[in-house]
Design a protein around this ligand. Structure first.
Ligand SMILES: Cc1ncc(COP(=O)(O)O)c(C=O)c1O
Length: 400
C-alpha cells in the first residue's frame, strides 16, 4: 500500500478534533451537548439575503471572476467607509472564506522559511496555514493575568530577524476576545515601517466590540502599502457555510500575486456571493441587533464564571469568546471526562481546551476557550453544568 505525504501526516489538527469521537459517543448514549467549543453563531442569517438566494433564476451556474463579483467588491468597499478606510473597489478581493484569504496572504507575502510574528494564544488554524506555506510562526506570548493585553512594541522588535516578513494580528482576538486600540496599532505601525514588514490583520470579529471603539488598520494612512486585512461574512452575518471572505490591500504587487492564486481555484462560490451582496444591503440594523445579543451573553458568561470558585477569567472586550482557567490540572482530560463520565439531567457541555491555541502546547493546559454562541438561557444552564462538573471531577481542586 503506498504511503501518503509526510506533510499531510504532520499537518496540525484543530484543538477540539481529539474530542469529537467522545462527543459522538455521548450523543449515541442520548446525552444533549451544549457546544461552547466552536464559533458557530446561532443567530439566524439575514432572511432577506436567504430569500435572494432562493429566488436566483439563472439556468446555468457559471464561473465568475476570480477576484469576485464586481458588485460585491464595490459594496464591500462602501461598507469600509465607516472605518475611515480609503479603498478602491480593486483593493477588495473576494475569497472562499477568511480561511482562503489567510492562505493567499501568506503565500503572497512569504517565502518558504520566512517568519511571521503572532501574539499567542491565536486562532488555531494559523498553525496549519503556516505549515502549508512552510513558514514559521514566532509567538509573542500574552497572559491571562493581563487579560491577554498586547505586549509592548519592544517585545515585537526583539523577535524580528532577517527572516521576519510580517506581524500577524487577530483583532478582535479569537480565542481571547481582546481588542487592540488605535494607539497600540499605531505603535505597531512604527515597528512595521521601521523594519519594512507587512502587517496582516484578521478582523473577522470587527463588528462585535462591546464597550470600546474598533480601529481598522486600514485607517492608518502611513501603512497603506504594508497592510493586508482579512475579512469574512461567516460570523458577521451568521453565514459560515456560504464560504465568503475578503482579502483587502492597497499593495498592488500583493494583489496581483493573490489574483494568480485566486485564478488557480477559478472563482469564489457564486451563491455565497449573492448572499453576501444582499447581507451588506442595509446591514446596520442586523449587525446592531447581533452585537446587542452577544453583549448580553457576554454578561451572562462573565457573571456565571465569577460565581464559580477557582475559575480565573475576565470580561472580554470583543468577539464572542473568552478564555478561562479552570481548577483542574489538564483541561483536555477534563473536557473528555465531561463528555464521557458526566451529565446533569442527561446534558453536558463541550469546551475547547486552550492548549491548541498556543504554539507551545504546554501553555494553556489549565485553560479552556468558551464560545458564547448559545442563547442566554442555554448559557446559564451550560454554566451550571460546568460548575457541577467541576465539583464532581475527581482531579478538580474545587470542592463542595
Ligand atoms: C479569527 C478567525 N479567522 C478566520 C476564521 C475562518 O473564517 P471563514 O469561515 O471565513 O473561513 C475564523 C473562524 O472561526 C476565525 O475565528
Amino acid at each position: 500500500m503506498p504511503t501518503g505525504s509526510q506533510r499531510g501526516h504532520d499537518l496540525n489538527q484543530s484543538p477540539i478534533r481529539g474530542l469529537v469521537p467522545y462527543a459522538r459517543l455521548a450523543r449515541e448514549k442520548g446525552k444533549d451537548i451544549y457546544h461552547l467549543n466552536i464559533g458557530q453563531p446561532d443567530i439566524p442569517t439575514p432572511e432577506s439575503a436567504l430569500e435572494k438566494v432562493r429566488n436566483e433564476s439563472d439556468k446555468i451556474i457559471k464561473y465568475g471572476p476570480s477576484e469576485g463579483l464586481p458588485a460585491l467588491r464595490s459594496r464591500v468597499r462602501d461598507y469600509y467607509d465607516k472605518y475611515q478606510a480609503e479603498l478602491d473597489t480593486e483593493d477588495v478581493l473576494v475569497t472562499t472564506g477568511a480561511s482562503e484569504a489567510i492562505l493567499f496572504a501568506l503565500f503572497a507575502t512569504c517565502n518558504a522559511g520566512d517568519e511571521i510574528i503572532i501574539p499567542e494564544p491565536f486562532y488555531a488554524n494559523y498553525i496549519g496555514f503556516a505549515q502549508v506555506c512552510s513558514i514559521s510562526i514566532i509567538p509573542v506570548t500574552t497572559l491571562l493575568e493581563e487579560e491577554f493585553a498586547l505586549p509592548e512594541p519592544a517585545t515585537f522588535q526583539k523577535h524580528i530577524t532577517p527572516r521576519t516578513k510580517a506581524i500577524f494580528l487577530c483583532n478582535p482576538g479569537n480565542p481571547t476576545g481582546q481588542l487592540y486600540d488605535k494607539k497600540q496599532l499605531e505603535q505597531l505601525a512604527e515597528i512595521v515601517l521601521q523594519n519594512d514588514l507587512f502587517l496582516i490583520v484578521d478582523e473577522v470579529y470587527r463588528e462585535f466590540c462591546y464597550n470600546k471603539k474598533f480601529t481598522s488598520v486600514l485607517s492608518i494612512e502611513s501603512l497603506s502599502q504594508q497592510v493586508i486585512v482579512i475579512d469574512s461574512i461567516s460570523k458577521l452575518f451568521s453565514s459560515c457555510g456560504a464560504r465568503i471572505g475578503f482579502l483587502i490591500t492597497k499593495h498592488h504587487a500583493i494583489r496581483q500575486a493573490v489574483i494568480k492564486y485566486a485564478q488557480l481555484r477559478l472563482c469564489p462560490p457564486y451563491f455565497g456571493q449573492i448572499l453576501a451582496l444582499a447581507c451588506y444591503e442595509d446591514s446596520e440594523a442586523y449587525i446592531s441587533a447581533a452585537r446587542a445579543e452577544y453583549m448580553k451573553r457576554r454578561a451572562v458568561l462573565y457573571q456565571g464564571l465569577q460565581r464559580i470558585d477557582g475559575i480565573q477569567s475576565y470580561k472580554p472586550d470583543a468577539a464572542f469568546y473568552n478564555i478561562a482557567e479552570l481548577p483542574v490540572p489538564d483541561t483536555m482530560e477534563f473536557c473528555k471526562w465531561m463528555l464521557t463520565d458526566f451529565s446533569l439531567d442527561n446534558k453536558t457541555i463541550m469546551l475547547a481546551p486552550a492548549s491548541g491555541f498556543y504554539s507551545n502546547q504546554t501553555l494553556g493546559k489549565k485553560q479552556v476557550r468558551i464560545a458564547y454562541v448559545l442563547n442566554q438561557e442555554e448559557l446559564q444552564d451550560a454554566l451550571h453544568i460546568l460548575h457541577q462538573g467541576l465539583l464532581a471531577y475527581p482531579h478538580s481542586t474545587l470542592k463542595l
